[in-house]
Design a protein around this ligand. Structure first.
Ligand code: TYD
Length: 426
């Protein structure tokens, strides 16, 4: 083991003002206190809420207790999830673990809540220990929390946090203090409190603690489905989730995704190009893909990002191989050189009965050249997709795409989250 890195939660791993501020506002409203200004709200992040309600509103005794109770009522009911993991955090945690560091959390947030939040964002298993105040106990102070979070015999210990409490706690516990500048404390505050190093972004923590480690390969996810399967909506909802969880995501689409490929897209999908031969079409899709792979997908994967593409190779195999009847293996062959062995780690297939998909599609908007094709064409596309899924079941995640968009999004997320976890922890 190379060392123990202990993280504060709010303002360090997660940007949490949304839920906290709404909770404070809720308590103020219920207690007929004036609506707090942004400055007042900001001071709530970091110190225990008891102290803040007392200091900022002059509340005493039972009133403080009631304010904190109300605040927690809101927060526990859902405010706890109204936050997001900062960009770059996941990659930093993953890389630190790979470099041999043991990770912990020491936070002023009640421990149960902290566990809930970390689990919600799929981060809990990154940490060996999580230390926060017990349910009703007052905050025991940062030093005590650091000592509880600390893993014995792990080597040098770092406390990483965004406020002076974190740095002061580090000094008292005799561990290194590393301040982060993306949270709620200022550079001056952290320097004054004795931070030994200041990081402007998670990447700088990596440079400081393990400069020799290269970031690991990214994760490639493609989304597939028939026209009308709700792919656009599901892409949007998935991207929102990934963003809140702090994944570094590159989003793209096929055909298209970069200027040259977008030009090819316009050519292929133009309803005026009725005389385009199926073979020409297949090569144009492959050409647009070749550029997309080299200019967008590979660079994203090499820098450790989550690459999400709206359609990829499987669309060609299904539409040109199946729909246009060029053959599954023939279209794979045409694409072999184009994809340079880059296959998705996971392909989400939105599974909707073909009739339902097409009905939806025709009601939505004016169809492009491929969407103008008849039912037998789309039936062949569907059959080819199913053949691909049978051939490579481990790569596909088939999602029942019937029902409300939110329900489908939950199902998509359950599978994606699982696979991302394997990638992050593997
Ligand atoms: P698009 O407007 O992006 O539709 P969707 O929202 O359904 O993805 O148009 C892409 C069309 O191109 C779609 O009908 C599928 C088809 N297509 C192929 O035929 N082959 C391919 O390789 C790709 C990527 C798409």
């Amino acid at each position: 083991m190379r060392g123990n890195v202990i993280f504060d939660l709010d303002g360090t791993l997660t940007q949490s003002e949304e839920g906290i501020w709404k909770g404070v506002r809720y308590a103020c409203r219920k207690m007929h206190l004036p609506d707090p200004s942004e400055d007042v709200l900001r001071s709530f992040i970091g110190p225990p809420p008891f102290d803040s309600f007392h200091r900022l509103f002059g509340l005493e005794g039972k009133d403080v207790e009631e304010a904190v109770r109300l605040y927690r009522e809101y927060y526990r009911a859902g405010g706890k999830y109204e936050n997001r993991v900062y960009p770059g955090i996941r990659r930093m945690l993953r890389t630190l673990r790979r470099a041999g560091y043991v990770l912990s959390v020491a936070t002023g947030k009640p421990e149960k809540l902290t566990l809930d939040i970390l689990e919600h964002f799929g981060l809990l298993d990154m940490f060996e220990r999580v230390a926060g105040p017990g349910d009703d106990a007052r905050n025991p102070g940062k030093k005590a929390l650091i000592l509880r979070a600390m893993v014995e015999d792990a080597g040098p210990v770092w406390m990483v946090g965004d406020r002076r409490f974190d740095m002061e706690g580090a000094r008292e516990a005799q561990v290194h203090g590393l301040g982060v500048l993306w949270g709620y404390g200022s550079r001056a505050e952290l320097e004054e409190a004795g931070a030994e190093f200041l990081a402007e972004n998670p990447g700088q923590i990596l440079e400081h603690l393990c400069p020799e480690i290269e970031c690991s390969e990214g994760f490639f996810l493609s989304m597939e489905g028939l026209d009308g399967s709700g792919k656009g909506t599901q892409m949007k909802m998935l991207l929102e989730r990934l963003d809140r969880c702090g994944y570094d995501v590159t989003v793209s689409r096929e055909p298209g995704g970069c200027p040259i490929s977008e030009k090819i897209r316009a050519l292929i999908l133009d309803p005026a190009n009725l005389e385009m031969d199926a073979v020409t079409e297949a090569y144009l899709y492959a050409a647009s893909r070749a550029q997309h792979v080299r200019q967008v997908i590979l660079p994203a994967l090499r820098s450790g990002r989550v690459m999400v593409s709206d359609r990829y190779l499987d669309s060609s195999v299904a539409y040109q191989g199946g729909g246009r009847q060029l053959g599954v293996d023939e279209v794979m062959e045409i694409n072999r050189y184009a994809i340079d062995q880059v296959l998705p780690d996971l392909t989400v297939f939105l599974d909707l009965p073909r009739e339902t998909a097409l009905n939806r599609r025709y009601q939505a908007s004016v169809p492009d050249r491929l969407e103008m094709e008849d039912m037998p064409f789309h039936a062949r596309v569907d059959d080819a997709y199913r053949e691909l899924i049978m051939r490579q079941p481990e790569r596909f995640f088939c999602v029942d795409a019937r029902g409300k968009a939110e329900e489908v999004a939950e199902r998509v997320w359950a599978g994606v989250r699982e696979r991302l976890k394997e990638w992050e922890y593997g």
